[in-house]
Design a protein around this ligand. Structure first.
Ligand code: ADP
Ligand code: MG
Length: 708
């Protein structure tokens, strides 16, 4: 029998796709445990990477361990007991082997009495202390071993070994053994998608060596070498995908060219009611440049809350309309869409531009009429929610599509809106501009938004009023609201934000009871109204209209007002149970005030129960910069979370860390750009493996199915 057939039950040669149940020596129970971890094949075993590594000291007999020296031994539990009471309780356990006895003590871990029982075999590691006649090990690292381990003779060397995440019913040790068994053969089967020359230039090991070194390192350094290769691969494949997508777009799709003429510039200029800031002017200029050719624009505008992105978007839309095309802007909430509709209508008063609103809550006949006129080219500028990308909508000639507050949408919606504008032949596409006030740290931006050009509006418009942020405890709410009443008394308006509409178990203060409390108390003699997502559209519009007109003094709202809402006379925002909101959300909410002539005040009412909650609120008090807060948020939550839940639904990297691995990211980005320049669809023979791996990892979310 060859070595190769020795580890499969049917004697077939091992392959990377061999199911784990075909491997010799894994019990059916362990097979199902591994499957629960997502491990079904040899390849999965190989890519189940250790989350850390540790030194295991050479094992000695228990009776040979020395006081105050780190040692490691294996023994059987012969007795256990719980000593002490309550907070002072401890779990004690006696471990024996042929050479002697070692006492273990675990403080505050009485629950271990259920997990560690007499008869079990443990490996322990730690520094024993003299205790009575013998030695005692306090809170040691331990592994539960199979009983046979007791009979194995101690081996002589210290070992640096991987630690794997495991699950109920299978120990990390067992996983390590299974992986170790297939590792040499599996590695020998691995093909590398990077050539020898390519790797040498970048000092990267082969893929096979990388997996060998991360699962079975001979030195600590090897782990670093392996990590670098695996992280590079993750970053490279993503960047290849992003660049391939971009090249494909540029090659196959054309957008209407919207060249500049003095006439058109003058027409756009005449609609801007104020002096653009230098930053705004610069971005308007970049976009005009982008759109003057038929290469589709794909640009992200990031600018802090209140930096004035809307007017920049409007300039782009007017350019399309001046050329006889349509323009659309998509907002994440109905309230924001309604507001854009109102404010843009006002700016365009007296012009020939035909503008309409399209949202999901419109009566169906009204909706159908708007959809019909969009298709017939009878509407020039459409403001809407994601209703804009519903199936029934067909544009006549969409030249510019704007997505506001992009971070609230998925990557897919951006793609959808682009497709929407395409003609049936699929060759015409709109210029796409996405906007966000949730700044993404540069490195992350480069990874997820790598296919976009990025413009930044850094400075707020002149004369913007500062916002002071105060953190107060719930006991001081009375004082807060009597102060709010005073501000209303001198003609200002307030937002009051609560986490939920109705009382529920987990929620804090709710809208209904707060409304009752304030109307019967501090705010009994002023106009108060409620605003939340469950109201009918007309009611909502009326309330916003009356708030804008100053007929409502205080708006008690849920987070429906989080993004975009722009009422310059509102200078106060009180956020109840502020620790229940995320940092980005709090910053957005705070951005609702300080938009007029009066300095804004943001009052965070909270008694934070967690460290994270406290950190978030402290950060809010300390800085008003969205960029600083985004960085802070990243530190508090970790990069994985930002990727995973907020930005795109994309899973986090397994190895790469876009913050730590910045240099590697820049290298991968440059390499990917060069590679795609040379081979835009990766259709050369030597690219085949990289292409396959890239499509497998990112083809779906990047919508690369149609490429090449
Ligand atoms: P955001 O970037 O948060 O979407 P908006 O576009 O809503 O910001 O702009 C915020 C407010 O600032 C609006 O009332 C807008 O009219 C005003 N604004 C924008 N640009 C300027 C400017 N250059 N000068 C004065 N006010 C401006
Ligand atoms: Mg906005």
């Amino acid at each position: 029998m060859t070595a190769r057939s020795a580890i499969t039950i049917d004697g077939e040669p091992l392959t990377l796709t061999t199911p784990i149940e075909h491997l010799v020596g894994i019990s059916p129970d362990h097979v199902s445990r591994l499957k629960a971890l997502g491990i079904g094949s040899v390849a999965h075993l190989l890519t189940h990477l250790p989350h850390r590594h540790e030194w295991i000291r050479a094992r000695s007999g228990l009776g040979e361990m020395e006081a105050d020296v780190i040692g490691s031994g294996v023994g059987e539990i012969t007795a256990t007991r719980i000593a002490g009471h309550g907070r002072k309780s401890r779990f004690e356990c006696v471990l024996m082997d042929d050479t002697g006895r070692l006492d273990l003590v675990f403080f505050n871990q009485a629950y271990l009495s259920k997990k560690l029982t007499p008869g079990m075999v443990l490996r322990v590691q730690g520094k024993p202390k003299v205790h009575g006649p013998g030695l005692q090990l306090a809170n040691p690292e331990y592994d539960i071993l199979e009983p046979e381990a007791l009979d194995e003779s101690p081996d002589g060397d210290d070992e640096y070994r991987p630690v794997y995440s495991a699950t109920e019913g299978i120990t990390p040790d067992r996983i390590r053994e299974i992986i170790a068994k297939v590792l040499p053969e599996a590695c020998s089967l691995l093909e590398d998608h990077l050539s020898d020359e390519y790797r040498k230039e970048r000092a990267l090991p082969t893929l096979a060596d990388a997996y060998r070194m991360i699962h079975a390192p001979e030195t600590e350094d090897e782990v670093g070498v392996a990590r670098r290769r695996l992280a590079y691969d993750e970053l490279l494949l993503l960047q290849l995908g992003v660049h391939m997508k971009r090249a494909h777009l540029r090659r196959t799709l054309k957008a209407p060219a919207l060249p500049r003429t003095p006439e058109i510039e003058a027409r756009i200029e005449s609609r801007i009611p104020f002096e653009l800031t230098p930053d705004q002017r610069h971005v308007v200029e970049q976009i005009a440049q982008d759109m003057s050719t038929n290469t589709p624009t794909n640009r992200l505008i990031q600018g802090d809350v209140g930096s004035g992105k809307t007017i920049v978007a409007l300039c782009a839309m007017l350019r399309a309309i001046a050329h006889g095309h349509q323009a659309a802007i998509m907002a994440p909430t109905e309230i924001l869409a309604e507001q854009h509709y109102l404010s843009i209508s006002k700016l365009l008063e007296g012009s020939r531009t035909r503008i309409e609103l399209l949202t999901g809550s419109m009566p169906s006949d009204e909706r159908a009429s708007v959809v019909e006129r969009i298709g017939a080219g009878k509407i020039d500028l459409i403001v809407g929610t994601h209703a804009l990308v519903s199936d029934s909508v067909r544009f006549h000639s969409l030249a510019v599509a704007i997505i506001d507050e992009q971070h609230r949408f998925g990557v897919e919606q951006r793609a959808k809106l682009r497709v929407k504008g395409s003609t049936d032949e699929g060759e015409e596409t709109p210029h796409v501009i996405v906007m966000t006030a949730t700044p993404i740290p540069r490195t992350i931006g480069l990874t997820i938004y790598g296919d976009l050009d990025i413009s930044t509006i850094e400075h707020l418009p002149q004369g913007r009023q500062p916002v002071t942020t105060r953190l107060v405890r719930p006991e001081q709410r009375g004082t807060v609201y009597s102060w709010v009443r005073e501000r209303i008394g001198i003609g200002q308006q307030a937002f009051i934000v609560v986490p939920s509409i109705e009382k529920s178990e987990r929620s804090g203060r709710d809208l209904r009871s707060l409304m009752k409390e304030l109307e019967g108390g501090e705010l009994h003699d002023v106009h108060v109204a409620a605003m939340h997502g469950k109201l009918k559209r007309q009611t909502r519009e009326q309330i916003m209209h009356r708030f804008r007109a100053g007929k409502i003094d205080a708006l008690i709202a849920t987070t429906v007002i989080e993004v975009g809402v722009d009422v310059p006379n509102a200078s106060v925002i009180v956020i109840e149970d502020a620790d229940r909101f995320g940092l980005a959300q709090l910053h957005q909410l705070r951005g609702r005030v300080g938009r007029g002539d009066t300095p804004g005040v943001c009052v965070l009412v909270a008694d934070p129960k967690t460290d994270d909650g406290r950190e978030r609120l402290d950060a809010m008090v300390q800085t008003s910069s969205g960029f600083v807060l985004a960085q802070k948020d990243l530190e508090i939550r970790g990069a994985g979370d930002v990727f995973g839940t907020r930005q795109s639904g994309m899973s986090p990297f397994k190895v790469a860390d876009p913050i730590q691995d910045q240099d590697l990211l820049m290298l991968a980005r440059r390499d990917a750009a060069d590679w795609i320049d040379e081979s835009p669809t990766l259709d050369r023979n030597e690219d085949a493996l990289a292409r396959r791996r890239l499509l497998k990892a990112h083809g779906q979310w990047l919508g690369l199915g149609d490429v090449g």
